[in-house]
Design a protein around this ligand. Structure first.
Ligand SMILES: [Zn+2]
Length: 265
C-alpha cells in the first residue's frame, strides 16, 4: 500500500474536492461522474456529508470513534482510511442520497464502480471504491468544465428534507422523509388512497413528496443525515397530524412541479 497504513496517507496524494473532502484521483473522478449523472438524469446534486467523510486521516478517525461510537469504525480499520480488510478502498459518505431514492442512488453508484451497502451496522449513505483508486478511468476523466452549477437556492428552507415520526399509542410506528423531489413520477397524495399512489423502494415506500418506512435503521439514517441525529427529528405527531403533514408535503411537491392534484378515490 505504498508503505502507508490506514489513515496515514498524506493529503498531498489526494485531490481536494472541498473543505475536509479529500479523495484519491481515481475515486474523485468516479464520484464526479456520479454527481454529474445524478444531476443530468434527476436534477439532484449529490454532496459529500460535511466533515471528514471522504478520506479520513487517522487522528480524525480517533475523534469520530469517540463522538459516534459504533457508527464510526475502530481507528485504523475505517474504510475511509484507504485500506479496508487488506485492500485499498476509498469510502465516501453521501449526505443527500435519499432525495434520489435508494434504487436510483445504488444504480448510479454501481455504474461508476462503487460498492454499496458493505459495512455493518448498515450505512446506506456510505459507498466504497475498491477499484484502482489512484487512476481516473477513461470514461470518468474530468473534462474540466462539465461540473454543473449547484441548484438554485431560492426556497432553500422549504426544500430542505425533513424527518417526521408517527406516534401510535406511546411508541413510534412509522417514519417519514419529506422533500418535494421525492416521488415526482407519482400523482399528488390526497390521503384518500394509499397503494395506488405509491411504490416500494427498498425498505421505504415512496409517495409524491415524501417516503415512509417502518425500518428503524432506515429511519436512523434519515434522522442522522437530515435532522442531526436519531431522536432529534423535525416533528413527532399522532396519526392525524402525520397524515396532514403528508398531504401538505405532497401538495408542495405537486405545486413546485405544476402538477394537479389527482383524487383517485
Ligand atoms: Zn462512512
Amino acid at each position: 500500500m505504498g508503505g502507508y497504513t490506514n489513515g496515514r496517507f498524506p493529503l498531498s496524494m489526494m485531490v481536494k474536492l472541498g473543505d475536509q473532502h479529500y479523495l484519491p484521483a481515481g475515486t474523485a473522478a468516479r464520484w464526479r461522474w456520479v454527481q454529474r449523472a445524478a444531476w443530468e438524469k434527476y436534477r439532484v446534486w449529490l454532496i459529500i456529508t460535511p466533515g471528514w467523510n471522504g478520506y479520513r486521516p487517522y487522528d480524525i478517525q480517533v475523534e469520530y470513534r469517540k463522538d459516534l461510537g459504533i457508527w464510526a469504525a475502530v481507528p485504523g480499520y475505517s474504510s475511509h482510511g484507504l485500506i479496508y480488510k487488506g485492500r485499498l478502498c476509498a469510502a465516501i459518505d453521501v449526505a443527500n442520497w435519499a432525495v434520489l431514492g435508494w434504487a436510483r442512488f445504488k444504480a448510479l453508484c454501481r455504474l461508476a464502480g462503487f460498492t454499496v451497502d458493505f459495512v455493518s451496522p448498515q450505512e446506506l449513505w456510505h459507498i466504497g471504491d475498491f477499484n484502482d483508486i489512484w487512476t481516473p478511468p477513461s470514461w470518468a476523466a474530468p473534462t474540466g468544465t462539465t461540473t454543473p452549477a449547484e441548484p438554485e437556492e431560492e426556497d432553500e428552507d422549504m426544500l430542505k428534507p425533513t424527518v417526521h415520526a408517527r406516534i401510535d399509542g406511546r411508541t413510534e410506528g412509522e417514519w417519514m422523509l419529506g422533500h418535494p423531489d421525492i416521488g415526482t413520477d407519482l400523482p399528488v397524495f390526497t390521503g384518500t388512497v394509499t397503494d395506488k399512489n405509491s411504490r416500494k423502494d427498498g425498505k421505504a415506500v415512496v409517495f409524491r413528496g415524501f417516503m415512509v418506512t417502518t425500518d428503524k435503521a432506515t429511519y436512523i439514517a434519515w434522522a442522522r443525515i437530515y435532522a442531526k441525529g436519531a431522536g432529534n427529528i423535525t416533528s413527532s405527531t399522532d396519526r392525524a397530524g402525520y397524515l396532514a403533514i403528508q398531504r401538505e408535503l405532497s401538495r408542495i411537491s405537486g405545486e413546485l412541479a405544476g402538477a394537479t392534484s389527482i383524487n383517485l378515490s
